[in-house]
Design a protein. Sequence first.
Length: 115
Amino acid sequence: MSKRRKKNLDGIVYSTNPDFNYQQDQDHEPGTPPPSEQNLKIWLDRKQRKGKIVTLVKGFQGSDDDLADLAKFLKSKLGTGGSAKEGELLIQGDFRDRVVEILAAAGYRVKKAGG
């Protein structure tokens, strides 16, 4: 057994049986809940952005791919730029009211927060 594989076997006791197969728990991402079970909060922010306003969407639960798809959907509807990282969406500009309307129409539970 290679050193690399041994490092991945934390907490396993050595076996003298040459046919023994180590079983590891596979970490997998939980599925993304449907939009009706998502509680999203919409923020306006300008901190650390040189005074420029951005709309933040926080509270998304699910995979990074689904978050990126939601970001792409919003950016195309709003005709603006943005990004999806660290579990939140960042939309360039003050689009808080329109984001709330678009996400509510898509079936998400949305609430305006601070800003």
